[in-house]
Write a protein that binds this ligand. Structure first.
Ligand code: FES
Length: 137
């Protein structure tokens, strides 16, 4: 290989590296989801104005259980774990009930009765590209 051929080959390999590097950066940016977002499911999988239990896994591998209530293209959420001892609550026609010691909560998460001293904790929900996320701190 003479000097001219060597320089051509070197220029071609540099161009290839630049293109590959550009593609990799583009892919990383389009797939970027903040680390504190926990994916809960597609917005369309949540019924209108009814609580649906969603479970996502945070970046530490811990399950996060959230009641998601969809309102058209927005959603709100409550922690599904009972504030008494952390048992996952169940939804009923009036709101939520804890199966462990019968703490009861309204549909808006307010405590009604039972050993729980507070209501269900509100959780921050984000929607991006039709996907519902728990914003977890
Ligand atoms: S854990 Fe829910 S009432 Fe005790």
């Amino acid at each position: 290989m003479n000097k001219r051929d060597f320089l051509k080959a070197a220029a071609l390999s540099v161009a290839t590296v630049v293109v590959q590097s550009g593609e990799a950066v583009g892919l990383n940016l389009s797939a970027a989801i903040p680390k504190n977002y926990v994916k809960l499911g597609k917005l369309g999988s949540f019924p209108q104005a009814r609580a649906k239990l969603a479970v996502g896994t945070d970046r530490f591998g811990k399950k996060q259980s959230v009641w998601v209530i969809r309102n058209k293209n927005t959603a709100s959420g409550f922690d599904a774990k009972c504030p008494h001892q952390g048992v996952v609550t169940k939804a009923d026609e009036k709101g939520f009930i804890c199966p462990a010691h019968n703490s009861m909560f309204t549909a808006s998460g307010t405590r009604v009765s039972g050993p729980a001293q507070t209501g269900l904790a509100k959780r921050k929900i984000a929607i991006s590209a039709g996907m519902v996320y728990l914003v977890w701190n």
